[in-house]
Design a protein around this ligand. Structure first.
Ligand code: PLP
Length: 378
């Protein structure tokens, strides 16, 4: 069996171990230290916001974001349905109710029209949503200008789930900088990784300071351990932050490499009937193309489905993945309100993420090409 080609695997830059070693040498083997401070600084600079707080996971970042916005049991929070479950789970941690909003066709992300309909309907039923969580799936920026206009009109804060979109921009502004708070993830399969980790970014320095406080057990300023608020153990380790510092040095390269992989697939499959790419709707949308995603229409491919392609790749030890199953279709979330456009269900029925790692070799790409040619018969 040939080596496995992963959907998206960690890609170290080279200096990570230097910073990890530094943590050892200075004995800052703790959830604070120079690496954490430097990683936070470089993230804030890169996104072009005032502050970032490094946390144990993107999920933890979302949880803290909702806590700081005052979300409580019984409240409602609007979430894009077409996403990974981590965008929703923190709403449930707080005993609040997720209100799912469907996608639009251009970006595959939250439909501004369905969003407005959802807000109006929730208000008419007596509850104004406490927050809006749009997601930039596979790196593609959501229609943030329209979403922000609606959010501003109703004065509802946006928590931007930019876990998949580090390095993507809309109108030249980085994703993560559009909401009141932005959430990033450095899980092992993301565009850069710290093995596991996340961050909150914002221009609101008070909120970021507060997130650091909550993430380190909410210790009051006292000579003994005193707590007036519920605390969390969500801070990023100084070891892990060392990996993050090394990864930040190569982030721009990683974005370029992922975009190159995407361009390669587009050329390879350009003539293929029934293969449609997840494309930026206009030049204002700049995706990091974390994962190159396609829609496969069996009516045009001679009956070949997205799943046929997945299985053909799997047989060659190449990983691909069906698109996220929308949250409103998930057994655990299906009972919550959903404002439909029909888009996410039809994407889920036909969509596939292709292997998109920035560290794929020419040989890997040759194997992928051969397998795609075989199954699609070109
Ligand atoms: C990865 C991911 C998260 C969660 O991040 P973790 O660091 O794994 O907790 C949240 N939302 C989306 C859309 C993601 O892809």
């Amino acid at each position: 069996m040939q080596d496995k080609i992963w959907l998206s695997s960690p890609h170290m830059g080279g200096n990570e171990m230097t910073y990890v070693q530094e943590a050892y040498d200075t004995n800052w083997v703790a959830p604070l230290g120079h690496n954490v401070n430097e990683f936070e600084r470089s993230l804030a600079d890169y996104i072009d916001v005032k502050q970032a707080s490094a946390l144990s996971a993107g999920t933890a970042a979302l949880h803290l974001a909702l806590i700081m916005l005052g979300v409580q049991a019984g409240d409602e929070v609007i979430v894009q349905s077409f996403t990974f479950s981590a965008s929703v789970n923190p709403v449930l941690y707080l005993g609040a109710t997720p209100i799912f909003v469907d996608s639009e066709e251009d970006t595959w992300n939250m439909s501004p029209i369905a969003l407005k309909e959802a807000i109006d309907d929730r208000i008419s039923k007596g509850k104004k949503p406490k927050a809006i969580i749009p997601v930039h799936l596979y790196g593609m920026p959501a229609k943030m200008k329209e979403i922000k206009e609606i959010a501003n009109f109703y004065s509802i804060p946006i928590v931007e789930d930019a876990a998949e979109a580090l390095g993507s921009t809309l109108d030249g502004i980085k994703m993560g900088a559009w909401g009141k708070l932005g959430v990033l993830s450095f899980n092992g399969n993301k565009i850069i990784t710290t093995s596991g980790g996340g961050a909150l970014v914002s221009d609101d320095e008070t909120l970021i300071e507060k997130s650091r406080f909550l993430a380190s057990q909410s210790r009051d300023d006292a000579p003994y351990y005193q707590h007036s608020e519920i605390g969390y153990n969500y801070r990023m380790s100084n070891i892990v932050a060392g990996i993050g510092r090394g990864q930040m040095e190569v982030l721009s390269d990683r974005v370029k490499q992922r975009r190159k992989v995407n361009a390669w697939y587009k050329i390879l499959l350009a003539e293929q009937k029934g293969i449609h790419f997840h494309n930026a709707p206009t030049k204002d949308y700049y995706s990091n193309y974390w994962l190159t995603s396609i829609i496969v229409d069996p009516k045009e491919t001679g009956g070949i489905t997205h799943n046929d392609i997945r299985l053909a790749l799997e047989k060659e030890n190449i990983e691909s993945r069906l698109l996220w199953k929308p949250m409103h279709l998930q057994p655990i979330f299906s009972k919550y309100p959903f404002y439909s456009t029909g888009v996410s269900e039809s994407l889920f029925e036909k969509g596939l993420c292709l292997p998109s790692g920035s560290n794929m070799s020419e040989n890997d790409m040759e194997r992928i090409k051969r397998t795609l040619k075989q199954i699609l018969k070109f």
